[in-house]
Design a protein around this ligand. Structure first.
Ligand code: UDX
Length: 411
C-alpha cells in the first residue's frame, strides 16, 4: 500500500472531539469515510459543512476531504466499511466507567457489518475489548487516542506513538502508517492500560508541580516556572506537563484517573499515588480561592473579572473546567463575577463580556483562569490599580504587578 495515501473504507461511530478529528484526518488522507452519530442535529450541522466543535485545523481538513467523507445518523451506512472506529464517550457513573455507549454502539455495528475490524478508540479499561469481542464476535482492535483538545488534528497526524492492541491488526496499522510515528503492536489489554497509565502519570505530574508551586510560595526568591524549567531539562523528567496552575480539568484526566483508581480497587489494589494526585487536584480550586481571599479583606461585593472559561486554551470545551469551579466558589463568597473568553460567548448565569479590556476595566480584581495567549498580550497598563491573581502564570511579573502568582515566593 502507498504509505502516503491510503484507500480504506472506514467508518467512525461517535463524532465528538475524537471521532470527528479521526474521520476528518483519515478522509483527508484519501480514505473514504462514513461518520455516524446518533445526534441528529450534529449530523445536520456537519452536512451543512459546519463543525459542531471548535478545534484548530478541523474545518480545513473536513473541507479538503468533502468528496470522500459523509455523515449520517444511520448505522446501515456502515455496511461496506472494512474498518470501523468506535469513538463514543465512556463517562463515569458512581466513579466507575460506564460502558453503555460502547456496548450499544458495538451491538448496532454488529447488526450491519460484523465482518469489519472494530477498532476501539474510546478510553476503556483493560478487558473491555475482550467483552466487546464476546458481544459481537468481531475482530476487536484497541487503538487508544492520545490527542489533546486544541491540537487534536496535529496530534492525530503526528502522534508521539501509535498503540495498537489485538490479534489481527494489519489493516489498522496500515491506516496509521502515514504518520511515520513509532507503532507499538501489543495485546488489547496492554493497549488499554497504556492509555490509563499515561493519563494517570500526566495527572500525577501536574499535581506534583502544583504542590511544588505551593512550596515555592513559602520560599522567598523562588518561582515554580524556573524550577520546572530546570527540572524539565533533565530528559528523564521532560519539560511538558510541568506548568503549575489551577490543576487539571477537561473530559479525560479527572474521569480517567477516578475510573482507573476504582478499577484497581476492585482488583484489591490501592493506587495510592494516583489517589493522592486526584485528591490534591480536587482541593486545588478551594485552596486557591482561600489564598485569594487571604490576600484581600473580603471577596464579598468585590467586582472580579475571570479571564478564560474553557478547561484550557484553544478550546471552547467547558467540561470539568477549573475556571467554572473558581467562579462558583467566588460567587459563594459574595463576589460579583464577570468573565471573558475568546471562544465561549454564552453560558447560563455568568455575566460574559465581549470586550476583554472592558471586562478588566470594570473590575477591581482580575484572575487568569485559562492559559490563552491572548491574555499574555494584554497591555500591562490595563491592570494598573487592580488586584491581579495570575493563577495560570501567563502574565509577566516584571510588567504586571501581581497580588499573587501561583508558585512565586514573595520577598
Ligand atoms: C488529555 C491528554 O493529554 C490526552 O493524551 C488524552 O487523550 C485526553 O486527555 P486534554 O484533556 O485535551 O488531553 O488536555 P491536556 O492538554 O492534556 O490538559 C489537561 C488539563 O491539564 C488541562 O486542564 C490543562 O490546563 C492542565 N495542565 C496541563 C496543567 O495544568 N499543566 C500542564 O503542564 C499541562
Amino acid at each position: 500500500m502507498d504509505k502516503e495515501r491510503c484507500h480504506v473504507r472506514i467508518g467512525v461511530v461517535g463524532l465528538g472531539y475524537v471521532g470527528l478529528v479521526t474521520a476528518a484526518v483519515l478522509a483527508s488522507r484519501g480514505n473514504s469515510v462514513t461518520g455516524v452519530d446518533v445526534d441528529v442535529s450534529r449530523i445536520q450541522m456537519l452536512k451543512r459543512g459546519k463543525s459542531p466543535i471548535f478545534e484548530p485545523q478541523l474545518d480545513e481538513r473536513i473541507g479538503n476531504a468533502r468528496s470522500n467523507i459523509e455523515f449520517s445518523e444511520d448505522y446501515s451506512k456502515l455496511s461496506d466499511c472494512e474498518v470501523i472506529f468506535l469513538c463514543v464517550p465512556t463517562p463515569n457513573t458512581d466513579n466507575r466507567i460506564d460502558l453503555r455507549y460502547v456496548m450499544a454502539a458495538a451491538a448496532e455495528i454488529k447488526e450491519y457489518n460484523a465482518s469489519s475490524d472494530l477498532v476501539i478508540k474510546s478510553t476503556v479499561l483493560p478487558g473491555t475489548a475482550r467483552k466487546v469481542s464476546e458481544l459481537t464476535g468481531m475482530n476487536v482492535v484497541s487503538n487508544p487516542e492520545f490527542t489533546r483538545e486544541g491540537s487534536a488534528v496535529h496530534d492525530t497526524e503526528k502522534p508521539d506513538r501509535i498503540v495498537i492492541g489485538g490479534k489481527s491488526v494489519e489493516r489498522v496499522r496500515e491506516i496509521w502508517e502515514f504518520t511515520g510515528s513509532p507503532i507499538i503492536v501489543t495485546t488489547n489489554e496492554n493497549a488499554e492500560l497504556i492509555k490509563y497509565a499515561s493519563n494517570a502519570f500526566l495527572a500525577v505530574k501536574i499535581s506534583f508541580i502544583n504542590q511544588i508551586a505551593d512550596l515555592c510560595e513559602k520560599i522567598p526568591g523562588t518561582d515554580v516556572n524556573v524550577v520546572a524549567e530546570g527540572m524539565g531539562l533533565d530528559r528523564r523528567i521532560g519539560r511538558e506537563f510541568l506548568r503549575a496552575g489551577l490543576g487539571y480539568g477537561g473530559s479525560c484526566f479527572p474521569k480517567d484517573t477516578v475510573a482507573m483508581s476504582s478499577f484497581a480497587k476492585e482488583k484489591g489494589l490501592d493506587l495510592s499515588i494516583v489517589n493522592s494526585a486526584i485528591q490534591y487536584n480536587d482541593n486545588r480550586v478551594p485552596f486557591l480561592v482561600k489564598r485569594i481571599e487571604e490576600n484581600l479583606d473580603t471577596l464579598n461585593g468585590k467586582r472580579v473579572c475571570v479571564l478564560g472559561l474553557s478547561f484550557k486554551d484553544n478550546t471552547g470545551d467547558l467540561r470539568e473546567s477549573r475556571s467554572l469551579m473558581i467562579i462558583e466558589n467566588l460567587k459563594r463568597r459574595g463576589a460579583v463575577v464577570r468573565a471573558y473568553d475568546p471562544v465561549v460567548h454564552y453560558i447560563g448565569d455568568i455575566d460574559l463580556y465581549d470586550d476583554l479590556s472592558k471586562c478588566i476595566s470594570d473590575s477591581e480584581i482580575v484572575i487568569t483562569a485559562t492559559e490563552w495567549t491572548e491574555f499574555s498580550k494584554i497591555n500591562p497598563s490595563l491592570f494598573r490599580g487592580k488586584e491581579v491573581f495570575d493563577l495560570r502564570r501567563i502574565l509577566d511579573p516584571k510588567e504586571v504587578k501581581l497580588t499573587m502568582g501561583v508558585g512565586i515566593g514573595k520577598n
